[in-house]
Design a protein. Structure first.
Length: 235
């Protein structure tokens, strides 16, 4: 009973970690890239409508590209697992003596006596599916991926990018000049980057204040560089 509860806890934790990772990836780029684009355009054009059109187009393209990247990563993980699973079944069926030695070696490495190694190997080898699952986890270090992982990753990353992207773009809906929009965008976006960096760092176990400042500075430098380059070419 305890084992079952512990297993459920692990699975829940892993799924949560995958979702958080996707959100961090999407939100991080969503806040930074449109922010730099809007800042750059603010230094080169004098019409907020141009910035809004370009910004929305970038958010659409960026969210699709990022979501597709997440989908392909999830599919690659699943394809790799299935390929290794097929190979492991082949080895269990056709190279049984080698698999038995590898299983015994695992039990030897965790400190079991030779007698227990033989008994444990004999017991686990009775069920082919259980044996293959055991070898996938402990020989190859592969956990069975969530079959919905690719789709979920694409949606999580894409939607997070959209949400993040509209943060730096939103002030331009309410102002008349790009420079005025940039001023509000800088305040709103840097604040969001600071908060995002704080919680991201707290989740990953590093100093949250240092992480918050680092994420905020990266966004600020990207926007400043884009604005400066646009002004340079405009001049």
């Amino acid at each position: 009973m305890d084992t079952h509860l512990h297993h459920d806890h692990i699975e829940s934790h892993l799924k949560s970690s995958e979702t958080l990772t996707d959100i961090v990836i999407g939100m991080s780029d969503g806040l930074t890239v449109p922010f730099a684009l809007a800042a750059g355009l603010s230094g080169a054009v004098h019409d907020t409508h141009i910035i809004l059109i370009a910004g929305i187009a970038e958010i659409a393209a960026g969210s699709i590209a990022m979501g597709l990247g997440g989908y392909l990563a999830g599919k690659t993980e699943q394809d790799h697992y299935n390929s290794e699973l097929k190979r492991e079944y082949h080895e269990v069926e056709n190279l049984r003596h080698l698999e038995i030695e590898e299983t015994k070696e695992f039990f030897a490495n965790i400190g079991l006596s030779e007698e227990l190694q033989n008994k444990a190997t004999e017991e686990i080898a009775k069920d082919e599916d259980l044996w293959v699952d055991f070898m996938m986890k402990y020989e190859l270090g592969l956990e069975k991926p969530n079959p919905k992982r690719a789709r979920n990753s694409a949606l999580n990353i894409g939607l997070s990018y959209v949400v993040g992207g509209f943060v730096p773009l939103s002030p331009y809906f309410f102002v008349d000049t790009p420079v005025e929009g940039l001023k509000f965008s800088v305040v709103v976006t840097l604040l969001c980057l600071f908060v995002f960096g704080y919680f991201k760092s707290k989740i990953t176990g590093i100093n949250p204040w240092a992480g918050a400042v680092r994420v905020m500075l990266i966004g600020a430098m990207a926007a400043a560089a884009a604005f400066g380059i646009a002004k340079l070419f405009e001049g």
